[in-house]
Ligand binder design. Structure first.
Ligand code: SAH
Ligand code: SF4
Length: 354
């Protein structure tokens, strides 16, 4: 988006939709020094200014020009739900009133933001609250970036260290916008987060995995597998197209091409995919892959029939994988109390609306 495109539409251009070059170009064309662009971005990205009036060193005439053409943010932070365990769910209202959610998770050394790439998700996985809530629309790049701006203003001066695309939506269905947002998360003028600290989670469309492999920034890739046999995976994720074997092959090609290991995500659902036999089938499907498995004990969502397995069951599943030589970790599911665990977004609020 260029400043002209949005101004001519009668709306102001959100700062997060601009590169340093496009903002400094617009400022120069209006008769202001180019270096002012860096100051404006510093206020936005480093000092959490959310209004031009907070940008103290930019002078009245520039402020007036900026207020006439740009807006610091196109979205507003509607509500914050603190889970009390280091996680907080942010409800964000977009310019057109559509609501999305992000989750900020504080651990000792990390401040991880789980972002949404779409409002809702059209893929409708059976256990997923986002999928059950339906699909509204794709997010624009600046709407993804602004989630981090809202989160940064809650972070008490701490910098976001990691970003995971594990909020609402399927990144592969909005990949151009996701790539643009990743560039901003990584860019020195914006969040300066190392590419390896940015992870894209997807149900795994092979052509999308190829595009991620070709993307110049070396981001992490997580593939949602959830089952080693196609019939069960299709029951859980009815819109998945590639088979388990094709997905694992695409991950192997990705590793060969980039040298980056892929993480397989496996949501553990009680009585559905959590037996030792399921673990053995998963280990055998992954034979020959340099795979890392992330087990996610299910976060129960109201209105959906799935349950989280007991702790001993989770341990048994993990042990069965370890015994077969698979690298595995159990993901901590902070935020569950506020319906704020990654991948557990939105349905609770829908249920609360009478
Ligand atoms: N659409 C992408 C990214 C968003 S979902 C994907 O499916 O990968 C991010 C992760 O959260 C996925 O692995 C998804 O299976 C998982 N997830 C969804 N709902 C969940 C829930 N209620 N509890 C635990 N994990 C969940
Ligand atoms: Fe969409 Fe991912 Fe939820 Fe499936 S798990 S419905 S792909 S957000």
């Amino acid at each position: 988006m260029t400043p002209d495109e949005t101004s001519s539409a009668g709306r102001k251009t959100p700062l997060a939709s601009l590169s340093p070059e496009s903002l400094s170009g617009a400022l120069a064309a209006a008769g202001f020094p180019r270096y002012r662009a860096a100051q404006v971005f510093e206020w936005l990205y480093r000092k959490s200014a959310r209004a031009f009036s907070e940008m103290k060193n930019i002078g009245a005439s520039l402020r007036e020009y900026l207020e006439g053409h740009f807006t610091p943010l196109s979205s507003t932070l509607f509500a914050v739900h603190d889970a009390g365990d280091g996680a907080a769910k942010l409800e964000i209202s977009l310019g057109d009133g559509v609501r999305i959610e992000s989750v900020l998770i504080e651990a000792e050394k990390r401040l991880t933001l789980c972002v949404s790439s779409q409002a809702g998700c059209p893929l409708g996985c059976a256990f997923c609250a986002t999928g059950a809530g339906g699909f509204e629309r794709n997010l624009l790049p600046h709407e993804i970036i602004e989630q981090a701006l809202h989160a940064a203003s809650l972070a008490h001066g701490r910098r976001i260290s990691h970003v995971v695309f594990m909020g609402m939506g399927e990144p592969c269905l909005n990949l151009d916008a996701v790539f643009e947002a990743i560039r901003a998360f990584n860019a020195p003028h914006a969040f300066a987060i190392g590419a390896r600290r940015i992870t894209l989670s997807t149900l795994g469309f092979p052509e999308c995995i190829e595009r991620i492999a070709a993307f110049p920034l070396e981001v992490g890739l997580a593939l949602s597998l959830h089952a080693a046999d196609d019939a069960l995976r299709k029951r859980l994720c009815p819109n998945v197209r590639a088979t388990v074997a094709e997905t694992i092959r695409a991950a192997r090609d990705y590793f060969d091409r980039t040298g980056r290991e892929v993480t397989f995500e496996y949501v553990l659902l009680a009585g559905v995919n959590d037996s030792v036999a399921h673990a053995a089938a998963l280990a055998s499907a992954l034979t020959g892959s340099r795979a890392f498995v992330n087990l996610i004990p299910y976060n129960q969502s109201r209105g959906l029939p799935f349950k989280r397995p007991s702790a001993p069951k989770v341990v048994g599943f993990r042990r069965a994988l370890v015994a077969r030589g698979v690298n595995v970790q159990v993901r901590d599911s902070r935020g569950a109390a506020a319906g704020a665990a990654c991948g557990q977004l939105r349905l609770e609020r829908k249920a609360e609306i009478p």
